[in-house]
Design a protein around this ligand. Sequence first.
Ligand SMILES: [Zn+2]
Length: 287
Amino acid sequence: MAMGKRDRARASGIEQAIWVDWRGPAVPNVAPNVRVYLGHESCEHLLPGPQEALSLVRRLGGSQLRPLSLVTPFLTQDGLARTRRLIDALLAHWSEMEIVCNDWGLLWDLATGHAGRLALGRLLVGQSLDPRIVGMLAELGQAPAARVIHHVDGTACLLRYRAASTEAAAHFRAVSADQAEMIDFFAGFGVERCEISHLRHGLLTSGRGWRYSLHRPWIPLSVQRCHGSARGRCPCRGEEQVWSARGFPVPLIHRDNVVGYRGHFDPADDSALIGLGIDRIVEGPDS
Ligand SMILES: [Zn+2]
């Protein structure tokens, strides 16, 4: 029987992880060796409370051995205090838990307090995510066709797309956090992992030591500010909406307080992932 994508990745040494939406009606069946991601990436009011999180992990068959990552969003001062209580409650039971930080203040608080294993979240790492960038990278062959632009004075010109320079292409393929100064600074706090969203443009790394978790298929593009004042009174929740916009090569999806899109852009060969420093694949709840 042919190996599935998940089996192949496991055989190649890439850790498997799955997002579990703590708000979901049913608890999925997750094998004990598969890492569980829980929490919320973009709204502090959509994080579980300590008892909800503890209950979920126990219902997942949680033990000290289950690999577990709590994902946290950017935070207000009040949210930082609440999130710290959530983290402490979970760490009391799962001391090996990893905390994915999307807020510099929380990262500093945890790093200087030596609390938990830490990773830089997708909102902090600085990866270029705009789906239109692919059209600027000539070798990917997806540049828009030239088109005529009509001016108000009746004249017209032909707009041709020029491929990004080598320097610009390198910028779009790199992750901002992948710089020697940042790597060395965070290594001092034991932070050695970055969360990234896709390989749509190809990934260019410095090879200096970050390990990467590759998420799929959900790619967050833009995060809205939440105007909620407390848990349970947050306007972010609602039906998922699909938007289209001229010039965007993919449907845009609005869910919670994020606009993003979905897509798989991985190389077929898992050894290519390992070569880039990607040692974990995180499957979203809707993959
Ligand atoms: Zn919210």
